[in-house]
Design a protein. Sequence first.
Length: 130
Amino acid sequence: MSDKDLQKTENTAVTEKIRNVKIFIPRVDIYETRDALFLIAEMPGIDEKAVDVELEKNVLTISGRVEDGKVKDYNLVFSEYEVGDYERTFTLSDEIDRDKIKATVKQGVLRLELPKAEKVKPKKITINAA
């Protein structure tokens, strides 16, 4: 993934950061089914130990921390991509069942399942002949 494939922000978020690294906004695909929303976020270099998913009030925050990318006993001569952390926020509606949200990470891809609350799922109304 090249530098121009990633959106960048400066390290000037509302909260003060301890690490002086670039923060990338991961690209996300959002899918909807009858029962849930699915967020698929590309976060190269992330594993399950380095990613956090937090939900506070209606704000879902995904963040990931990538190590510096240095290889032991080698000096970097040329690099075509930058290393940085990831962060993105989403505002959720009341249609999501917050207690059933699931998250998995595999090969740098974060997958979130956001089940819809029972009260907002579409319901088929049966029609009876009079």
